[in-house]
Design a protein around this ligand. Structure first.
Ligand SMILES: O=c1ccn([C@@H]2O[C@H](COP(=O)(O)O)[C@@H](O)[C@H]2O)c(=O)[nH]1
Length: 271
């Protein structure tokens, strides 16, 4: 099965387009005894997955939160555990480099690598830098298009001719590279007009980050993010740290489950 077929099946099974971002910032992890292990990020993620998997269409670990020896172990365990719950994993790595390096980065998608189901990539270095990802036809490739940060406009909004902003050009070029039906785009919920503009141009699924902690537009995320009902709306901190202030681990992780459920319901009002 291709990534998007898999994702469609998961969206239907969970009745959800929620991507739960697994960004276990060590400075924000709670200090419950159950997390007092040699791999606290893995202990934390496991409990987050237990609490949220019913509502998750996907898990999206951002590799930035795992870039040390223990972090890689925690990430590998997390991916296996998410798969055990039947939930696909999208690695937010924003890769892009010359061919031989990109080929190494792309091994994160292989079973003898991290075994992720999809990955985010940066298109700045052009088609050949993405080819090792695009050529893995059963894996999803989400290309950065219009990002959710305020600096997203610095380059992405630049006019590349005839009034067309760069992000729209990227959207069209990358959709044209979708020869294996495995390409999606990353478009932030904090830029709802741009979301609409990209949706008017292409019909691939979007990963829409920026709802929750970044305050993006959840209705626009669903209205424009889905293609034939398939797409993902991500919240990371708004779910995994929803329990901050709770007295015990049970209440803490229950709050994460409740936050995922609330977001699912909110998004489903617009599906
Ligand atoms: O344009 C983008 C691309 C990626 N991200 C990533 O998504 C999550 C968002 O986390 P929140 O806690 O829900 O704000 C995080 O991993 C970002 O690096 C993005 O926000 N915007």
């Amino acid at each position: 099965m291709s990534f998007f077929e898999d994702l469609a099946a998961r969206i239907e099974a969970a009745d959800s387009v929620v991507s739960v971002g697994l960004d276990p910032d060590l400075d924000r992890l709670p200090s419950f005894p159950a997390l007092d292990t040699d791999l606290p990020r893995w202990a934390f993620n496991r409990r987050i997955i237990d609490a949220t998997h019913e509502h998750a269409a996907c898990y999206k670990p951002n590799v930035a939160f795992y870039e040390d020896p223990d972090g890689w172990r925690a990430l590998a365990e997390t991916i296996v555990y998410a798969h055990g719950k039947g939930v696909p994993v999208l690695l937010d790595a924003k890769r892009g480099d010359i061919g031989n390096t990109a080929r190494q980065y792309a091994t994160a998608l292989d079973d003898d690598g991290l075994g992720a189901d999809a990955i985010t990539v940066n298109p700045y270095m052009g088609r050949d830098s993405l080819e090792p990802f695009l050529s893995r036809s059963e894996k999803g490739v989400f290309v950065l298009c219009r990002t959710s940060n305020s600096g997203g406009r610095d380059f992405q909004d630049l006019d590349v001719g005839n009034g067309k902003p760069l992000y729209q050009y990227v959207a069209q070029r990358c959709a044209a590279w979708n020869e294996r039906d495995n390409v999606g785009l990353v478009v932030g919920a904090t830029a709802p007009e741009e979301l609409e503009a990209v949706r008017d141009l292409v019909d691939v699924p979007f990963l829409v980050p920026g709802v929750g902690a970044q305050g993006g537009d959840a209705a626009a995320a669903v209205e424009y993010g889905l293609a034939d009902g398939v797409g993902l709306v991500n919240s990371s901190r708004g779910i995994i740290f929803a329990g901050e202030g709770a007295d015990d681990g049970a209440a803490y992780f229950r709050a994460a489950g409740d936050a995922a459920k609330r977001l699912k319901r909110r998004l489903n009002e617009h599906r």
